[in-house]
Design a protein. Sequence first.
Length: 379
Amino acid sequence: METFFRLPGVPVNSCILVDTREEALAFPRGDIELGVCAGCGFVCNQAFDPRLAEYSGRYEETQAYSPTFNKFHLALASDLVERFRLRGKTVVEVGCGKGEFLALLCKLGGNAAIGYDPGYDPKRAIFEQGTQARMIRDFYGPGSGTGEGDLVCCKMTLEHIRGTHDFARTLRDAMKPDGHASVFIQVPESLRIFRDVAFEDIYYEHCSYFTPGSLARMFRKAGYRVDRLDVTYAGQYLTLEGGVAGDRNAAPLAMEESVQSVVDFAAAFGPRFEAKRAEWQARIEDESRKGPVALWGSGSKAVAFLRATAPASQLVEHVVDINPHRRGHFMPGTGQRILSPEELRAVAPAAVIVMNSIYRDEIAAELSRQGIAAALYTL
């Protein structure tokens, strides 16, 4: 691995609910030290310590309170049900979060569900009454698989895993052994991160970064057949579909970029990061002279943005989120209290910085409903 980017003192969790400002300011920190493999294009945080990352009932990652995200989730679930003929089948989801996507697959196809996630909350009653759902509030690993899955789904989880090849192989244990089971993988699309210097998508929990090529190569090496690659959600999500009994020497798909292109983006990342960070620091400083500055979105992107733009980010006084479970808690590392959109009205911000551009129109409409006239910026 050739190191190309370092960022010390990063909060080790960005979705943990923190109860007090004091706890938030004293939140544990770790270092980011990204390295790229010149042989396969895989990127990882070489300084990652899995003992520092917490996944528990305090982990609040759901995006299900956004109409924009729910529209995307429903379309994706509907597409998978139709193309994989998931009707009356069993779907296994590893890293199912609060279970919203798994519940959609069950509802749309009358399927049974097996889900694994230590942060699953049964009190939210995600599944419709009568659904056959077995939810395991624990990590998935060797010995977890039951061989029942017609489809094994792993969404936005692989990037949290160190030792991704071995983990990919264990997913096969959850698949039916008849050779007809399929796998569906979704991870952040990292070629965009390094090409566009999307530094808000680099945070401690994400220790592994995949491009279309590196993801496909890794799954072939793990014994899978790679049938399809796609990039969705405004270029932010990378998906892979396939099955078992693959050929590790199979011809690459059209979407697979060259390893050299990843190495080149990595080599240029550091100076481009510094330039982009300086632009955002100057913008925050300029807007703060006009009035309060607020971030919209309190999740991982916000934690990463606040760390990357320090010390100017100390001028960001408020963070807003539509997820009611996050409100009243505090931002890890920087200590801002998380507000509701209604609370933001009293703040009368001069500027609002949207942490994900795909939600811009949704947020602009909410600001208008709240009567908030603020300059609106997006990452």
